[in-house]
Design a protein around this ligand. Structure first.
Ligand code: ATP
Ligand code: MG
Length: 425
């Protein structure tokens, strides 16, 4: 026997039983986003490496350590997308979607990051994201956050906490950066090589560090919120007001900086205590400079992305996973004439009973073994067609989930009974 091949480490197969929860999460999300007027956009899984280097920032975990980058056969440097926002902007620009108009868009699909695989952290994972373009005010920041809150309610999840911060304008951030650098430089001896490198290239990222050795220094660092420009301050105050008006609880976390460079003003994260250290479920913020940075006209924008694996895990942990759907009926065909007639019978039943979930026994077998299969797949009824039923032009119906009674029906009565089953489920 040849050796069995395995999936690539950190990349998972999703099996039918797992997908019951995934499809539920996806369906609820799609419906909710469409209700808010967001429209789906699909873009490629592979993009030019330059897009991510330019958009996400060179000194970030994603660009420095996590990207799947390779040369294609022409020698072009390509990257499996590590996130959706940069690609969404690229796609919206390439297709003229941002020309003199606002856009509310959403996307879903796999993302790729070369991280250490563990529960809730994979190398191929899935995100659903929203991006709203062309609206500068805090109203749309509030809208995107409220969409997420509604999603959690619809999925039956409680215990998700919202944390908010404002990074201010680019100019305010630059001024704050100088203050922050001065703070860390006073303690430069306590910084390891990695922290010193961040200090030189991207000091805000130090605030995001999980290194316990830095915890005290981070706690005593000056707060970004004390260095906001007046407009960003007003924007942030107004956002908080809207969220409070909507009855949404949140915590302002002045250390929340997010790992991507394109954010300005509002940043936020939905966190959970139920998934161990993989606590971020949905993260986002405003990125007013990105469209211009990628070659478009200046366009304000805000969005978020949520990790579908983590959301699915929360739905499962909350006991909110829906039951797998079982067939309404399993068609048992005994003998060659019944096998032949069964194909047409099944098609006629599908025509007559919209939505009918009918599994036809393929591959023969005794009455007993076919009934076993019918039971095993969870079907509500077994429909039995053998020589006797063929001669009488009826089908025997066995109720597999109730009293186990068996009755014979002609086609019309059978269709009516199955119709009732479909309606009742
Ligand atoms: P983390 O702090 O967990 O590394 P992140 O800040 O890198 O998250 P984002 O880039 O903002 O995450 O992506 C948005 C969401 O995607 C996260 O909130 C998380 O739910 C999910 N996510 C990110 N990386 C992974 C991964 N490697 N595996 C599974 N889900 C992930
Ligand atoms: Mg990360």
């Amino acid at each position: 026997m040849s050796k069995l091949l395995q999936a690539v480490r950190g990349m998972n197969d999703l099996l039918p039983d797992q997908l019951v929860v995934w499809q539920h999460v996806e369906a609820v999300t799609r419906a909710t986003l469409e209700e808010y007027g967001y429209r789906e956009l699909r873009f490629p899984v592979v993009e030019s490496t330059e897009l991510f280097a330019r958009a996400i920032g060179a000194v970030t975990d994603i660009v420095e350590k996590e990207m799947y980058t390779f040369a294609d056969r022409n020698g072009d440097s390509l990257t499996l997308r590590p996130e959706g926002t940069a690609v969404c902007v690229r796609a919206a620009l390439s297709n003229g979607l941002l020309h003199n108009q606002t856009q509310r868009l959403w996307y879903q699909g796999p993302m790729f990051r070369h991280e250490r695989p563990q529960k809730g952290r994979y190398r191929q994972f899935h995100q659903i994201g929203v991006e709203a373009f062309g609206m500068a005010g805090p109203d749309v920041d509030a809208e995107t956050i409220l969409i997420a809150a509604r999603l959690w309610r619809r999925l039956g999840l409680d215990g998700l906490r919202l944390e908010l911060n404002s990074l201010g304008s680019a100019a305010a951030r630059a001024a704050y950066r100088a203050v922050l650098v001065a703070h860390f430089e006073r303690h430069v001896a306590t910084l390891d090589a990695e922290a010193q490198r961040r200090l030189a290239h991207n000091p805000l990222r130090l605030l995001d560090s999980k290194d316990p050795a830095l915890a005290d220094l981070i706690a005593s660092a000056p707060s970004l919120l004390d260095h906001l420009d007046a407009e960003s301050r007003a924007h942030f105050d107004s956002l908080q007001q809207s969220l409070s008006d909507a009855g949404l609880a949140f915590r302002v976390n002045p250390r929340l900086v997010r790992g991507l460079d394109y954010y300005n003003r509002t940043v936020f994260e939905w966190l959970t205590d139920r998934l161990g250290s993989q606590d971020a479920v949905c993260s986002g913020g405003r990125y007013d400079g990105l469209v211009e940075q990628l070659g478009g006209a200046a366009t304000p924008a805000v969005g978020w992305a949520m990790g579908v694996e983590r959301l699915v895990a929360l739905v499962e942990a909350a006991g909110r996973a829906p039951a797998a759907s079982a067939p309404d009926a399993y068609l048992v065909l005994v003998g060659a004439p019944a096998e032949r007639a069964g194909v047409t019978l099944a098609e006629r039943l599908r025509d007559a009973v919209p939505g009918l979930r009918l599994t036809v026994n393929c591959g023969g077998g005794s009455l007993k073994s076919q009934l076993k299969r019918a039971d095993k797949c969870g079907a509500r009824h077994a429909l039995v067609l053998g020589d006797d039923e063929l001669a009488r032009e009826v089908v025997a119906v066995k109720d597999l989930r109730g009293a186990g009674d068996q009755t014979s029906h002609d086609f019309a009565a059978l269709a009516a009974r199955l119709h009732a089953t479909v309606q009742a489920r």
